[in-house]
Ligand binder design. Structure first.
Ligand code: SF4
Ligand code: FE2
Length: 627
């Protein structure tokens, strides 16, 4: 196995930026320069503009805003608002999936592909399944799930999946999420002028809003996407820009909601559409992806991954992208003006993400099939507008095995046990590996890229060191794509592991970095740790498991961080969440919350130190368990 290095990826990007310069294109690399240095007040979280008496910014000479709020209250409110933005976004994605499920029909564009999973969830929720038509059940479950967003009483249904100990911690700390929308609204209410300015209260609600995401909206997104599109199973794909094909019509799907990308993939495979592409002079159609929608279709269809977040402009810069089709979240508005420098069609599809300089083809469940067909045809027709002298696709791709949903992971790991019948279908084989020390622990690597960290470098270097230390990595989102691009999801990457993890990879026939899906699929990781705790009789916080987002950038990532910590998993960040301006907020997030949820944050911007701290933490947990 020859890994693709970050240097090689950077060289490819540099070459693409030369094309960009030729056509007068802007790029994030240039905009970062214009924005540096960043506003210090913003960076520290000490600027408040939530009322029109301000904006107020805290300095030694002006320690309070006009209303009298101190720096801790300002930083805390900003942090809570940041979280609420993320929780709203993930959860609304989940809601869209529930609506899609509600519209599923046996002869429609959307079907129930995993009825067993639907029945399993229905039983979990106490919904009668006996003798019910699967589509009637789907509609009932969709409606029940949609009620989770606004129900007036009670807490999230999914919480029952957590070990009892965790549920009790949540209850005692008063952070059990009620209706999902309510937690978002309450957060905005608390952060309104003249409401909460007490860091403790703001942090508590930040955890609760995060839990409404991870154990609410995101879990709806993941679970019902599986019901609709199938629960991922291991399959082979490829990653990096070299997956684009110069001879074919290239359609790049970007964003998060699989309702769109699934349909685009469906039509791109249609013989009629392929014939249409050929009639336009292409040899065929290649769909590839960017960001989480790419993870979704990679996990279920083996659609290749062109790249992650900070590569989104690169796909256009290849000059070979006929259409970049987006739904919601993490889409650079830059794609509009950039695509105008090329022949590329920038197709927006969601009322939630409308942008200048795009072709808006509004996509909805009722017209999904015809709109997907229209999108694919538009891309095909655009092939003839390509400017051949601008085409350059870096010859760079790696093989990757993806698709490790919780269900698939449990099944796969049955291969490593010494055959006791009672442990198959549980996480016990993995627990055996961990307690025996063959695997030292696990790290959940998640999150985005951020120009503040050399893109992909932290993800890849951290993972290499972890697996060399016999620590298995589960990855999602852009972190997973970084791993795939480098080659760490190739099964041959076992050779980079310590002896123990290497043996496990061989026995189970898995790569050492396991692709668990998109960002909403971090809920899969929550299910995994919950089951590990139940099967081992330990608390989640006792497991030698940590979470890490070394290059995160979005509000969603902070919401995720909050629910991962609140679930009892120490979480390591490589970028500070704008809280440096408040010692009290820092104290609450890195220590105080431990009293409630048995875990806390560590922020460490030095990547070398970050990985060592994670390994130390895992070893500490092992020592505490006497293993
Ligand atoms: Fe200033 Fe207080 Fe208004 Fe914030 S809420 S802008 S600190 S007066
Ligand atoms: Fe994502």
């Amino acid at each position: 196995l020859k890994l693709t290095t970050v240097e090689e990826m950077e060289a490819a990007t540099a070459r693409l930026l030369e094309t960009g310069a030729k056509v007068g294109a802007d790029a994030w690399q240039l905009r970062v320069k214009n924005q540096t240095p960043h506003c210090k007040f913003g960076e520290q979280g000490v600027c408040c503009r939530i009322c029109a008496m301000g904006p107020c910014r805290i300095t030694p000479k002006a320690p309070r805003g006009i209303c009298g709020c101190d720096v801790h209250g300002i930083v805390g409110r900003n942090y809570l608002k940041f979280t609420a933005g993320g929780a709203a976004t993930h959860s609304d994605h989940g809601r869209e999936i529930c609506h899609t499920l509600y519209e599923a029909k046996p002869d429609g564009a959307y079907k129930v592909k995993d009825p067993e999973k639907l029945i399993r969830i229905a039983k979990e929720w106490g919904v009668e399944t006996e003798g019910k038509d699967i589509y009637d059940l789907a509609h009932e479950m969709a409606e029940t799930a949609l009620m989770e967003y606004g129900k007036p009483f009670g807490v999230q249904r999914w919480l029952k999946r957590a070990p009892e100990h965790t549920q009790k911690l949540w209850h005692d700390a008063e952070i059990e999420p009620r209706a999902i929308d309510r937690e978002v609204a309450t957060s905005l209410h608390m952060a309104h002028m003249g409401c909460s300015s007490l860091p403790e209260a703001l942090v508590r609600q930040s955890l609760r809003a995060g839990l409404a995401d991870g154990w609410g909206g995101s879990m709806c997104g993941t679970e019902f996407s599986d019901v609709l599109f199938g629960t991922p199973k291991p399959l082979d794909t490829e990653a990096n820009l070299g997956v684009m094909n110069a001879d074919n019509v290239n359609i790049v799907v970007h964003g998060h909601d699989p309702s769109l990308s699934e349909m685009v993939c469906e039509y791109a495979d249609d013989p009629e559409m392929i014939a249409y592409a050929k009639s336009m002079g292409a040899k065929g159609i290649t769909v590839s992806g960017v960001c989480c929608t790419s993870n979704e279709v990679a996990m279920r269809r083996g659609v290749p991954m062109a790249g992650n977040f900070l590569q989104q402009e690169n796909v256009v810069l290849t000059g070979a992208c006929e259409a970049i089709v987006v739904d919601v979240q993490c889409i650079f508005p830059a794609l509009g003006p950039l695509s105008k420098c090329f022949h590329t069609k920038f197709i927006t599809t969601s009322p939630i993400a409308q942008m200048p300089d795009s072709d808006y083809i509004r996509f909805d469940v009722g017209t999904a099939a015809e709109k997907a067909k229209q999108i694919v045809m538009t891309a095909c027709e655009n092939f003839k507008n390509r400017k051949p002298d601008l085409v350059y696709i870096p010859d760079m791709k790696q093989k990757a095995t993806v698709g490790y949903s919780f269900e698939a992971l449990v099944k796969t790991l049955d291969g490593v046990t010494n055959s006791q019948v009672d442990v198959t279908g549980t996480t016990k084989p993995l627990i055996e590996c961990i307690t025996s020390g063959v695997i030292r622990g696990a790290v959940a690597m998640v999150g985005c890229n951020n120009p503040k960290i050399r893109p992909d470098y932290a993800h890849i270097e951290l993972m290499k060191k972890l697996i060399a230390n016999d620590i298995v990595v589960v990855a999602s989102g852009c972190s997973a794509q970084a791993a795939a691009k480098a080659g760490l999801m190739d099964k041959a990457a076992k050779d980079l592991c310590g002896a123990g993890l290497k043996r496990v990879c061989e026995l189970a026939d898995i790569p050492p970095v396991l692709h668990m899906g998109s960002c909403v699929d971090i809920s899969r990781m929550m299910v995994l740790v919950a089951e590990l705790a139940k099967d081992s009789g330990l608390n989640i916080s006792q497991l030698p498991v940590v979470g890490c987002a070394p290059e995160w950038m979005s509000e969603k990532a902070v919401s995720i961080g909050n629910y991962v910590v609140a679930t009892g998993i120490d979480t390591f960040l490589g970028v500070d969440p704008y809280v440096a301006g408040s010692s009290e907020m820092g104290q609450w997030l890195t220590e105080g919350v431990r009293d409630w949820v048995e875990a806390a944050y560590t922020v460490e911007t030095d990547i070398e130190k970050l990985v060592d701290k994670m390994i130390d933490r895992i070893e500490e947990k092992r020592t505490a368990l006497g293993i």
